[in-house]
Design a protein around this ligand. Structure first.
Ligand SMILES: Cc1ncc(COP(=O)(O)O)c(C=O)c1O
Length: 472
């Protein structure tokens, strides 16, 4: 690793950085210029271990030549074909390949460009399905507290993260939420899936929702099998199976948002496989193309698709929905290349094999000051801190900055650090992630108030370059 002589920071005035404190970030940017395998290279040439697989979206590691070649070739062969009223063979091949990868029965595929578009697409399909089958009064949508289904209006309506909703006022009507399954008082530091309470919690859905709403008015329940963005919330055993039973009993469609849990994250292809529960609709994105081309997919059970085909007037567009870039050729090429990598390298199995090692490493942080809970499943871990009065998220943010300084990219959300490395991670890299995290937590806490101040950390890559120069 060499330090560069000088780093030129870009003009940062024009770009509005998403989900980011722009004023703070622009005074203290963290910029990557390259990535390969499990590492980023920052613009001052530091190697940064990627413990988050980008934004959970690079399961096969960065810079995969197979995907780059497939995308490059596709660009020079067929860059674009109109997505409505015409198509191209690769769209059908990508759908066929993805259907083979899906849990049994989920073999009709609608392509989108993101997880957010998937959530809204799935909700629209659910509503339209009930109409097309003669049940227009089934029009309520149920989500879950602390759920994340992206940022579009449907997704934030059924989502349950307050900060993502309140800035935008009213969204959809006819939406309600069930409780999230996190119970730190009872389950703190549980390794993997909590054993108890799942059935009672699921039954609460039936008791509360059926009392509040006539079950015949509920179109769908949408949940993430494991809640990722709100801080790695692992459901208790039997909970999802019981929810499935309740949905089936009342004719409610069950939607699994597998944007994070898809593609091996839990050590299985999907969360549905891990928990042995098959939803009616499953959404995925991110890992579908290994994060390199925006693409999402909504897989529906065949009878849902058939209902549209059988009950729509001849010649009618059965689902008036779609995107200009649905199944754009390069996304299909990237998806097929990614599925090939999964088939060859069995990345789900790799994740499953590594998960015990990963779990032990994650739970080695138990006992550190301020660490309130550690949760894990597959190759995901969440480390939750005690809240600090008046400074929500400050400890996690400072820990993130310190880890970055120490060459490991982690993710923070509220008072939680989330770790979700590429499935290509090695054991020594897992050690490095959690050792760094441990050192960073100790460091930040030892500094007291100053440790929580973002200004205590090196400001930007330019400062880094100078710092490195002085130290070599
Ligand atoms: C479960 C879930 N659904 C939807 C989304 C939104 O995906 P995108 O950012 O691709 O729109 C995410 C993103 O993290 C997610 O975790």
């Amino acid at each position: 690793m060499s330090s560069s002589k000088s780093v030129t920071l870009p003009n940062m005035a024009n770009y509005w950085v998403p989900f980011t404190a722009n004023r703070q970030f622009k005074s203290m940017p963290r910029l990557f210029k390259a990535a390969k395998g499990n590492y980023f290279t920052s613009i001052d040439d530091r190697e940064i271990l990627d413990s988050t697989a980008g934004l959970w979206c690079v399961p096969a590691g960065h810079g995969r030549a197979e995907i780059a070649t497939a995308v490059g070739n596709q660009l020079m062969t067929l860059d674009y074909a109109p997505a409505f009223q015409s198509s191209h063979p690769l769209a059908f091949e990508a759908a066929e390949r993805l259907a083979e990868y899906m849990p049994a029965g989920l073999d009709r595929i609608f392509f989108t460009n993101s997880g957010s578009e998937c959530a809204d697409t799935a909700l629209k399909i659910a509503l339209a399905y009930h109409r097309v089958t003669g049940n227009p009064l089934r029009n309520k949508l149920i989500g879950r507290e602390r759920g994340y289904h992206g940022v579009n209006f449907g997704g934030i309506a059924v989502g349950g993260i307050a900060g993502n909703r309140k800035a935008f006022g009213n969204s959809l009507a006819g939406v309600d939420h069930i409780r999230h399954p996190l119970d730190i008082a009872k389950n703190a530091f549980t390794k993997g899936v909590p054993a108890d309470g799942g059935i009672a919690l699921a039954n609460e859905f039936e008791q509360r929702m059926m009392t509040l709403h006539d079950p015949a008015t509920i179109a769908a329940l949408i949940i993430e099998p494991m809640q990722g963005s709100a801080g790695v919330i692992v459901p208790p055993a039997a909970y999802l199976k019981r929810l499935r039973e309740i949905c089936t009993k009342h004719g409610i469609l069950l939607i699994f948002d597998e944007v994070i849990t898809g593609f091996g994250r839990l050590g299985t292809k999907f969360g549905a496989d891990y928990f042995d529960v098959i939803p009616d609709i499953l959404t995925c994105a991110k890992g579908l193309t290994n994060g390199v081309v925006p693409m999402g997919a909504v897989a529906v059970k065949r009878d849902i698709y058939d209902a549209f085909m059988e009950n729509s007037a001849a010649g009618a567009i059965e689902l008036p929905h779609g995107y200009t870039y649905s199944a754009i050729p390069i996304a299909c090429a990237a998806a097929i290349a990614t599925l090939n990598i999964f088939a060859t390298e069995k990345l789900e199995d790799r994740a499953a094999t590594l998960s015990t090692y990963f779990e032990t490493a994650a739970h080695s942080l138990k006992g550190l000051p301020m660490v309130k809970d550690i949760r894990n499943i597959g190759l995901v871990a969440g480390i939750e801190f005690e809240p600090i009065a008046g400074k929500p998220g400050a400890l996690a943010f400072a820990t993130y900055l310190k880890c970055y300084e120490m060459g490991v990219h982690v993710r923070f959300t509220g008072d939680i650090i989330a770790i979700s490395p590429p499935l290509t991670i090695e054991k020594y890299e897992i050690d490095r992630i959690f050792n760094t995290l441990s050192d960073a937590i100790k460091f930040v806490i030892a500094q007291g108030e100053a440790g929580l101040d973002a200004n205590s950390y090196l400001k930007n890559e330019q400062a880094w370059a100078m710092h490195n120069q002085q130290n070599t």
